[in-house]
Design a binder for this molecule. Structure first.
Ligand code: ADP
Ligand code: MG
Length: 257
């Protein structure tokens, strides 16, 4: 589990994050909600170890960030809000770079990259530089990169902003299956509808402070078509969207292999 205790971040006079505490339990997708400027990205950057907290502590499955930052970060996959991809690279080149930074090497890395790109439907575009990629394709590359080293906690900052319907459906299904064996997901959003569909709990932030922690009933698992009522589910049915459960299962099989 992830434990964030009394996290604060001060930028000069501004207290961007003010004494924030929350936990993510095994198997849980926690939504991190709040208006623009409420401190979501600042919190996320502290959780993934990119930004030092002014005060407070973080631990992941009992291991404190400060005790061994490299080990702590090794267990985390992160999809940033601003996707700064090296767009002159192809997707396999980019994933090889990320894999090597994560300490992965050789034929195992190449095999995983090929399988992930195939599973994400990007293999046909393997020779194209990513400057030619759509937003949805770039997001798939970023998610592949975040999953490459088989992390225990996946952290996503506004992952659904600008995604098309197909990419959004795949991402949601993948997150639900990802946590099934006790892993964790933290994602920030201002999309209440998405959080409602996906999360068991949501932390709501305002002015850097936690103003509510909401339990959301009856979500966090893959719903069958007979039980679905949301517009998105109806859309998926009438537009004959792909079965994303098998695509997502395939991706996670590759990730864990
Ligand atoms: P959110 O992701 O919820 O939109 P942020 O965490 O990005 O919010 O920002 C929270 C507050 O901190 C905002 O007022 C923002 O302007 C400020 N802020 C964010 N990053 C910095 C920085 N590097 N230096 C100074 N202020 C910052
Ligand atoms: Mg933000």
């Amino acid at each position: 589990m992830l434990e964030a205790r009394n996290l604060s971040k001060r930028y000069q006079a501004l207290l961007a994050v003010d004494n924030v505490s929350f936990t993510i339990n095994p198997g849980e997708i926690l939504g991190y909600l709040g208006p623009n400027g409420s401190g979501k990205s600042t919190t996320i950057n502290m959780v993934v170890g990119l930004l030092d907290a002014t005060s407070g502590s973080l631990s992941l499955f009992g291991q404190r960030l400060t005790a061994d930052p490299e080990e702590y970060k090794r267990r985390i996959g992160y999809v940033p809000e601003e996707p700064h991809l090296y767009t002159y690279l192809t997707a396999p080149e980019y994933l090889r770079l990320v894999g090597q930074l994560r300490g992965l090497r050789g034929p195992d890395l190449d095999r995983k990259i090929e399988q992930l790109l195939k599973a994400f439907g990007l293999w046909e575009s393997r020779y194209a530089s990513m400057s030619a990629f759509s937003k949805g394709m770039r997001q798939r590359v970023l998610l592949s990169a975040a999953l490459l080293h088989n992390p225990q906690l996946l952290v996503l900052d506004e992952p659904f902003a600008g995604l098309d319907v197909s990419a959004g459906l795949l991402f949601r299904t993948l997150l639900r299956l990802f946590v099934r064996d006790g892993r964790l997901v933290l994602f920030s959003s201002h999309r209440l509808d998405v959080v409602e569909q996906l999360c068991s709990r949501a932390v709501i932030l305002h002015g850097g402070r936690v103003v509510a922690v909401e339990n959301i009933e009856n979500v966090g698992h893959v719903r069958g078509p007979e039980a679905s009522h949301s517009l998105e589910d109806v859309f998926a049915r009438v537009t004959r969207q792909e079965d994303y459960t098998s695509v997502a299962e395939n991706i996670l099989e590759v990730v864990r292999s």
